[in-house]
Design a protein around this ligand. Structure first.
Ligand SMILES: Nc1ncnc2c1ncn2[C@@H]1O[C@H](COP(=O)(O)OP(=O)(O)O)[C@@H](O)[C@H]1O
Ligand SMILES: [Mg+2]
Length: 353
């Protein structure tokens, strides 16, 4: 293997060299793994769908000795998108031997991020527009036929108040989400008493449980190990899980919070605490489970709306746990109920000097 080939293979970006017939003369290792159908001697045009006349652009690059660029979308199921930069490799006085070096920059993550961002903006706009439309309808009614009817006035004011609460909840969840996301790369360093944090969350959820007629039970190990974290954030994550368990479970059902040291074979594969929120509800179909932590994903839209859900609760839980280097697992049995378990890494013991 020549030093040149070794050098090409050491670069973790696909690189392909074409001869003047526009067939593959050389491909580095990254090119061969990125494009399984690629082989020496083949016409590169067969690799996928090119944004412009592939042959014309490359022939132009060969004859003018000028750099060019193209876009390739692979025609496999992944539809990966590459920006391909084309450079000539030989000096102008040896034009007949000119070869072309093609470097492939994967644009797929950028495309996915762009489409997620525009989906998110579309979803937020839709979520804000529905209460606004409702409120403007109520205002119109209050200014018109309900003006002189005290009963109707009280009813419409009450409905308007509910829509305002809905918008306020949405805005506050959006703010929480963006705050946690902004800090996601920095794990919190504060030592945290988990027993106090869990109790804070349970206390916050007690009045909702009472209002919905659900029992709230706790089985919490008395001295849980210390974790590293932000108390209010972790309490928020637990409150979101508790509110879901209370809102989406059977009437008269019991919601149980358990917290204990996780067994050694826990999903984090290190010393961890597991905090589980279990409900007796109708459960969640298995195919829905992987999508629950997506923003605005709801199994039953109208039920979520009726209980004042924003569709962001589990997305917030996921991001809070990611920031704490933890994991959320979801198990559910139809007709029986669901268990949402947060695994949190335990802090290393503090050395006393
Ligand atoms: N404990 C649960 N039991 C059944 N379904 C649940 C439970 N927790 C969450 N879900 C489903 O997951 C969806 C997303 O939850 P979440 O992100 O908290 O949004 P929201 O509660 O505002 O709708 C809910 O709309 C509901 O369909
Ligand atoms: Mg929720």
């Amino acid at each position: 293997m020549t030093t040149r080939t070794k050098l090409l293979d050491s670069i973790s970006v696909p690189i392909v060299v074409l001869n003047s017939d526009l067939c593959v003369a050389l491909a580095n290792e990254d090119a061969l793994t990125s494009f399984p159908t690629l082989e020496t001697g083949m016409e590169l045009e067969r690799l996928g769908n090119w944004n412009s006349d592939f042959i014309a652009v490359l022939k132009g690059a060969l004859s003018d000795q000028e750099a060019a660029s193209l876009t390739l979308v692979t025609d496999d199921t992944f539809q990966r998108e590459f920006l391909v930069s084309v450079k000539t490799l030989t000096a102008p006085d040896q034009a007949s031997d000119t070869t072309l070096a093609l470097t492939f920059i994967d644009q797929t993550p950028l495309r996915v991020a762009k489409s997620m961002r525009s989906d998110f903006v579309a979803n937020v706009s839709h979520e804000i527009r529905s209460p606004l439309t409702a409120i403007s309808g109520f205002v119109e009614t209050l200014q018109g036929e309900a003006q002189n009817d005290p009963e109707a006035r009280a009813l419409f004011l009450d409905l308007m108040g509910k829509e305002v609460v809905r918008m306020t909840n949405l805005v506050s969840d959006l703010l929480s989400l963006s705050k946690v996301e902004a800090k996601e790369s920095r794990a919190p360093k504060n030592r945290l008493n988990l027993n106090q944090t869990i109790l804070q969350a349970v206390e916050s959820a007690t009045s909702l449980a009472r209002k919905r007629g659900k029992n709230l039970e706790c089985q919490i190990e008395p001295s849980l190990p210390t974790a590293l974290g932000k108390r209010d954030h972790l309490a928020r994550a637990l409150i979101n899980l508790l509110e879901n368990a209370i809102n989406y479970s059977r009437e008269d059902g019991t919601v149980t919070v358990t917290a204990q040291v996780a067994p050694a074979d826990n999903p984090l594969k290190r010393d961890a605490v597991m905090i589980a929120v279990r409900d007796q509800g109708e459960g969640i179909p298995a195919r829905e489970i992987p999508r629950l932590t997506e923003r605005f994903y709801r199994v039953d839209k109208s039920r979520s709306r009726n209980v004042g859900g924003t569709g962001l609760g589990l997305a917030i839980v996921k991001h809070i746990l990611v920031r704490h280097r933890g994991i959320l697992t979801i198990e559910s049995t139809l007709g029986e109920g669901s268990t949402f378990t947060a695994y949190l890494p335990v802090a290393a013991p503090q050395h006393k000097n």
